[in-house]
Design a protein around this ligand. Structure first.
Ligand code: ADP
Length: 239
């Protein structure tokens, strides 16, 4: 359930805009690392290049030593990479269980003879939706939609989880549930890259932070130290 992620000299341009400029970092197996920075700093673009949703203009992405740089998203998923999206996007015409089963079709396909429904139930139980598989997605509360989104990401049995503001929009008690769920994954050894604006969550979960500004890494290291650096505060607050 753990993966090593290596990113070296990643670049991406959109026309004349350099969205990601020579970004390099590694995640060791089982690390939970925050990828931070103000809006537009390139975090989602980096996530998109790791997951294969976006082609890089240069650089290398490796997972457990395998070069996945040029792979399409479904192939990247087979190498153990999964992500949640900033927007909660289950298919509304399917029920909760069916939404997870659909996600099971991707990923590493370690089914070991179990039915898709059994595996979906396992993932739903893990995220706190045990026995809720037959419910309509449209009837779920916001936190339960977030749980479903996590169950769908976990359906592919990932080794590296990319969380793109998965905790956004939760009220304080829901936020604690979300943090606890990520911590549960952390305890199981999942490698996690967390793009997150909620600093309480970053402090609670991440051993290390990487801060981007205008497409470049401007600081990285222990969160407690990095978040106090003048360059980081300036990037967030401006001059
Ligand atoms: P963040 O996730 O840190 O908010 P993004 O990675 O979304 O930042 O965006 C980085 C920069 O790239 C921004 O200036 C954004 O406007 C630009 N950008 C992102 N995606 C596209 C795209 N598909 N086409 C053109 N510009 C884009």
């Amino acid at each position: 359930m753990s993966a090593k992620l290596e990113i070296a000299n990643l670049n991406k341009r959109f026309g004349g805009l350099v969205a990601v400029n020579d970004v390099s970092f590694n995640l060791e197996p089982g690390e939970v690392v925050g990828l931070l920075g103000p809006n537009g700093s390139g975090k989602t673009t980096v996530m998109n290049m790791i997951s294969g949703a976006l082609a890089c203009d240069g650089g290398i992405v490796r997972i457990n030593g395998t070069d996945i740089t040029k792979m399409k998203p479904h192939k990247v998923a087979r190498h153990g990479v999964a992500r949640t999206f900033q927007l909660v996007r289950p298919l509304p015409t399917l029920n909760v269980s069916e939404n997870v089963m659909l996600a099971l079709a991707f990923g590493k396909q370690r089914h070991w003879g179990r039915t898709a429904r059994e595996m979906a139930e396992d993932k739903l139980a893990f995220v706190g939706l045990a026995g809720r598989g037959q419910e309509k997605v449209g009837d779920l509360t916001y936190i339960d939609q977030k749980r479903l989104e996590m169950a769908r990401a976990l359906a592919s049995d990932p080794d590296l989880l990319l969380l793109d503001e998965w905790l956004a929009g939760l009220n304080p008690s829901e936020l604690q549930i979300g943090i606890d769920l990520v911590r549960h994954l952390q305890d199981q050894g999942m490698t996690i890259l967390l793009v997150e604006h909620i600093m309480e969550a970053v402090r609670a979960l991440c051993s290390r932070c990487i801060v981007m500004s205008a497409g470049e890494i401007i600081a990285q290291g222990a969160c407690s130290k990095v978040l106090q650096e003048a360059s980081v505060i300036k990037a967030y607050l401006g001059d």
